[in-house]
Design a binder for this molecule. Structure first.
Ligand SMILES: [Zn+2]
Length: 570
C-alpha cells in the first residue's frame, strides 16, 4: 500500500468530545469516525487491525475445536419470549416491527438462537460441541461514550459450549479460560481473570477478563500477594476487629436537629463517628419494603444484595413510601422497634454495641444500640462494597481497588436456555435431558480500543506487531530524489514479497510531517530511506515500542527487518 493513495485521515487535534485516550488516538490517527453517538465507522486502517484481532480469536477458537457459524442479527420475538428475556431485558434491547406487524429484536447476544439450533441434536453421542460466530451486536446503551469502549453497535465473538453434563461444561469452560488467556497475551494484554456476578445472563460461575485502565468503568479488587481478584459486585474482604464499649442497658433517644446525613451526625457535638453509626436504607424488593443496614462508613454493593436475595425486581424506596413505612425522612431512619418490616443487616454489624441510629422521628436518633439485642435482623448477609486497603479474603494482605476494562467474559449457563428452547438429548440410559450450556464472549472493537489504552505514548499509538494495521512503514525522505526513490521502492517490494504488511510513505511531504504521522499511526517499525544514509550505504530502522534506532546496510536491510518483525509475531 502507498500512503499517497491510501485513505489515512490523520488529524492534528483531538476530537472535542473525547475523554478516553483510545477514543482520541483512534480518531486522530485516522482509524475511525463517529457516525452518531455509539456508532463508529472503521476506516481501512482500523479495519485492518480489527481483522487481525478477529484472526487471532478465530485461530484460538479453532484450536479448542470450535465450529464457526453465522447467525442473523434480527430475531423473532417468540424466541426471546421462550427464555423470558423479551420481558426481562428491558430498554437495552433494540426492538422493531416489520410491515406485517411482527415484533423483532436486534440481537444483543445469541444464547436463545444457538439453543434453538441445538434442538436438532438428539443424542449424547453428538456432544460435546462448541459453536461460535463473529457477529454485530446491538445494545441500546443509555450513555454511549469513550469511543469504542461503550457503544450501541459492535462486533463480538460469541461461543457456546454444549455438553451432556456439568463435568463436560467444566471442561469446556476450562478450555475457554486457556484460549482466552492465549488470545489476550497475543493482544499484548496483562489481564486479571476475576469472579463476577452473572447479572442478566443467569447461571452460576462466571469469569471476567479485566485490563487495568483508567478508561475502564468496572472496579476490581485485586490482591498482589496471592492473586485474588474480584469485581466489586462480588468482592469480599476482611475488616479489623472492633472492640466496642459495654454501652447502655437500652437504646436512648436524643435530639439531633438538622442532622440529615452520616457526616452531619459525625460532626455534631455528642454525635458518633461514621463507623459507630448504623446506616438504614429502604428498598422495595419484589414489592416488599425491606430495611438494609450497614455500618455508617460502608457502602451497599447493590449487585451483592440482588444476587443473594435472588430478587426479580429491586429499587430504592421513594420518599413517600419511606414515610409511610417508618414515619420519618431519610436521615432519621432506623430499624429499632419495627417488627413488621423485613430487616437485612451486613455482616460487619454483627456483635456491634453502643451504636447510633435514626429514631424514626425527624430530628431524633437513638444511642446505645446493641444490634443483635435491639434489632430483629431476619438475614445477615455480606453486602458491603470493598475499598482499597481492606484485607484480602484469602491471605489478609491489603487489597487494591482500581478501574478496569472488561475485555472478555465467560459464563456457565447450565440448562436455562436449552430447557426454554427444547434442546434435549437422549443420555446413555435413554433418558431425555437438557443440554448443559456455557457462553463465552469477546468484544472485538472494545479489544481494539483496549489495545490502544494499553499501548500508546504522548506521540501516538504503539501497536504490538500482532495487531498493527501495517507492521512496517518505509519512509521516503526525498521521493523526488531518484536514488532515494529507487532504494525505497526496492526495499518496499522485498518486504512485501517476504509477507510483511508494509506501507510506503511516498507522499510529497516534509520528513517531519511523515515522522509525526508514523508515530501517531503507530507502526511497530519505521525504516527511513534518505539521501544522507544512502550516501553511507545505510537505512535507519526505528522500533516504535522503545524508540531504539539502528543503521542497517542497504544490502541486508530487508532480511534484518523481516527477522525483527517475525520475531514479534506470535
Ligand atoms: Zn491475597
Amino acid at each position: 500500500m502507498r500512503w499517497s493513495s491510501a485513505f489515512i485521515p490523520t488529524l492534528r487535534d483531538d476530537p472535542a468530545d473525547a475523554e478516553a485516550i483510545s477514543h482520541k488516538l483512534l480518531v486522530r490517527a485516522g482509524f475511525m469516525r463517529q457516525l452518531m453517538a455509539g456508532h463508529y465507522s472503521l476506516t481501512p486502517a482500523g479495519f485492518r487491525s480489527l481483522r487481525k484481532i478477529e484472526a487471532i480469536v478465530r485461530e484460538e477458537m479453532e484450536k479448542i475445536g470450535a465450529q464457526e457459524f453465522r447467525l442473523p442479527c434480527m430475531h423473532p420475538r417468540e424466541i426471546w419470549e421462550k427464555s423470558g428475556r423479551w420481558d426481562s431485558v428491558g430498554e437495552e434491547m433494540f426492538r422493531l416491527r416489520d410491515r406485517k406487524g411482527a415484533d423483532l429484536a436486534l440481537g444483543m447476544t445469541h444464547e436463545e438462537i444457538f439453543a434453538y439450533h441445538a434442538a436438532e441434536l438428539h443424542s449424547y453421542r453428538s456432544l460435546p460441541q462448541i459453536w461460535y460466530q463473529f457477529q454485530t451486536k446491538f445494545r441500546d446503551e443509555a450513555r454511549p461514550k469513550s469511543g469504542l469502549l461503550r457503544v450501541r453497535e459492535f462486533t463480538m465473538k460469541d461461543s457456546y459450549s454444549l455438553d451432556i453434563d456439568e463435568a463436560g461444561l467444566d471442561a469446556a469452560f476450562d478450555r475457554h479460560l486457556e484460549a482466552y488467556r492465549r488470545i489476550f497475551r497475543r493482544f499484548g494484554f496483562d489481564v486479571v481473570a476475576v469472579e463476577a456476578s452473572s447479572g442478566v445472563m443467569g447461571g452460576n460461575q462466571s469469569i471476567e477478563f479485566m485490563l487495568k485502565s483508567d478508561a475502564g468503568e468496572d472496579w476490581v479488587a485485586h490482591c498482589e500477594k496471592c492473586g485474588y481478584a474480584a469485581n466489586l459486585e462480588k468482592a469480599e474482604s476482611i475488616l479489623p476487629e472492633i472492640e466496642d464499649p459495654e454501652g447502655r442497658p437500652a437504646p436512648e433517644r436524643f435530639p439531633t436537629p438538622g442532622v440529615k446525613t452520616i457526616e452531619d451526625l459525625a460532626r455534631m457535638e455528642g454525635g458518633a463517628e461514621a463507623s459507630r453509626q448504623i446506616k438504614t436504607l429502604v428498598y422495595v424488593i419484589d414489592g416488599k419494603t425491606v430495611l438494609i443496614l450497614l455500618r455508617g462508613d460502608h457502602s451497599l454493593a447493590e449487585q451483592k444484595l440482588i444476587d443473594q436475595v435472588e430478587a426479580e425486581e429491586m429499587r430504592p424506596a421513594q420518599p413517600e413510601e419511606i414515610r409511610a413505612a417508618l414515619g420519618a425522612s431519610p436521615g432519621s431512619l432506623g430499624a429499632v422497634g419495627v417488627p413488621d418490616l423485613y430487616v437485612i443487616a451486613d455482616e460487619a454489624l454483627r456483635g456491634r454495641r453502643d451504636m447510633v441510629t435514626g429514631a424514626n422521628e425527624d430530628g431524633f436518633h437513638l444511642r446505645g444500640v446493641e444490634v443483635e439485642r435491639d434489632i430483629e435482623v431476619k438475614a445477615w448477609l455480606d453486602l458491603r462494597e470493598v475499598t482499597s486497603g481492606e484485607g484480602c479474603p484469602m491471605c489478609r494482605a491489603p487489597l487494591s481497588v482500581h478501574k478496569t476494562i472488561e475485555v472478555g467474559h465467560i459464563f456457565k449457563l447450565g440448562t436455562k436456555y436449552s430447557e426454554a428452547m427444547g434442546a434435549l438429548v437422549q443420555d446413555e440410559k435413554g433418558r431425555s435431558v437438557p443440554i448443559v450450556m456455557g457462553s463465552y464472549g469477546i468484544g472485538l472493537d472494545r479489544s481494539l480500543a483496549a489495545i490502544v489504552e494499553a499501548h500508546h505514548d504522548e506521540s501516538g499509538i504503539c501497536w504490538p506487531v500482532n495487531v498493527a494495521p501495517w507492521e512496517v512503514v518505509v519512509t521516503v525522505v526525498k521521493p523526488k530524489d531518484v536514488e532515494c526513490h529507487e532504494a525505497a521502492e526496492r526495499l518496499y517490494e522485498k518486504l512485501g514479497e517476504a509477507g510483511i504488511d508494509v506501507l510506503i510513505d511516498d507522499r510529497d511531504e516534509r520528513p517531519g510531517v511523515k515522522f509525526k504521522d508514523a508515530e501517531l499511526v503507530g507502526f511497530p517499525y519505521r525504516v527511513t530511506v534518505g539521501p544522507k544514509g544512502l550516501g553511507e550505504g545505510v537505512v535507519e530502522l526505528l522500533r516504535r515500542a522503545d524508540g531504539s534506532k539502528r543503521d542497517l546496510p542497504v544490502a541486508h536491510a530487508a532480511e534484518t527487518i523481516v527477522e525483527a518483525v517475525l520475531d514479534e509475531r506470535f
